[in-house]
Design a protein around this ligand. Structure first.
Ligand code: COA
Length: 260
């Protein structure tokens, strides 16, 4: 499927998705959101894709937020529709059964920070900057910022970012748990791919299982979540992957998982 705002490349099972509106610092307009939604569905179903890297074009921005020009023309109903649509697309990325890593190459502001948070892991270049500046525009975040930020960094730090609208650098983002790693700008994509490859060496059903369990526990009580974990643990113990993994350990060789 051809895209007008995204670049797409699949190499050795790693799909690299690059948001490509450099003249607008990769701001999220309706076209980007629609194309990200279509791509999320495609990636989830494509057996040739085992993991995903999401990044932005150019050295300056990952995504500088929702497209403010488009947003400024919205009335209440249109804004709510825009928010619901974007949130649903981000949710589909978050629920992707394959690991989705954000390679944050610059500004990740507003919807850009929210998009990075919807990814499973975040690797930031030293030049990355994070923030939720929506309050400066007189609005609240609309793509999950008030929901995911407190879950990632805790209520106090989240409220500081949300209420001040200020930016933090990559090191501070790592210190508070907003990103997983900070790397030099010229190492961003190789280091992100390396982290993803480390994940992809593991049992595919187990990796997908961890993503799903961490996702599903949000809607459950502690006891329900633990019971679900036990059930899935039992299910995976019946797979070929489990026999492959345990067999390889006991035979002191590397496991060659088949995802079965
Ligand atoms: N929506 C639409 N256009 C945007 C944008 C956004 N969120 N962020 C940047 N742009 C556009 C600018 O309008 C400018 O376009 P122009 O050249 O046609 O005037 C271009 O991208 C470059 O941005 P500019 O502001 O000139 O770059 P800068 O280096 O001076 O500043 C930022 C970079 C990221 C600090 C600044 O662009 C900014 O604050 N952006 C908005 C961030 C924001 O509030 N996001 C939340 C939106 S809900």
């Amino acid at each position: 499927m051809p895209f007008s705002t995204l670049l797409y490349d699949n190499r050795d099972g790693i799909a690299t998705v690059t948001i490509n509106r450099p003249d607008k610092l990769n701001a999220l307009n309706a076209a980007v959101i629609n194309e990200l939604g279509a791509l999320a569905t495609q990636i989830a179903e494509d057996d040739e894709v085992r993991g995903v890297i999401l990044t932005g074009t150019g050295p300056k921005a990952f995504v500088a937020g929702a497209d403010i020009g488009e947003l400024s023309a919205c009335d209440s109903l249109q804004a709510e529709t825009l928010s619901r649509k974007g949130s649903a697309v981000f949710r589909s990325l978050e629920r992707c059964p394959k690991p989705v890593l954000a390679a944050v190459n610059g500004f990740a502001l507003g919807g850009g920070c929210e998009l990075a948070m919807a990814c499973h892991l975040r690797v930031a270049s030293e030049s990355a900057r994070f923030g939720q500046p929506e309050v400066k525009l007189g609005i609240t975040p609309g793509y999950g910022g008030t929901v995911r930020l407190p879950r990632l960094v805790g209520r106090g730090k989240a409220l500081e970012l949300l209420l001040s609208g200020g930016m933090i650098d990559a090191q501070e983002a790592m210190r508070i748990g907003l990103v997983n790693r900070v790397v030099p700008a010229d190492r961003l994509l190789p280091e992100t791919a390396s982290l993803l490859n480390t994940i992809l060496e593991n049992g595919p059903l187990a990796v997908a299982g961890c993503l799903r369990l961490v996702e599903e526990q949000h809607d459950l009580s502690l006891d329900e979540a633990l019971a679900l974990e036990s059930r899935r643990f039992g299910e995976l113990a019946g797979t070929e992957d489990f026999r492959t993994g345990t067999g390889a350990f006991l035979a002191k060789r590397t496991a060659a998982f088949r995802g079965q």
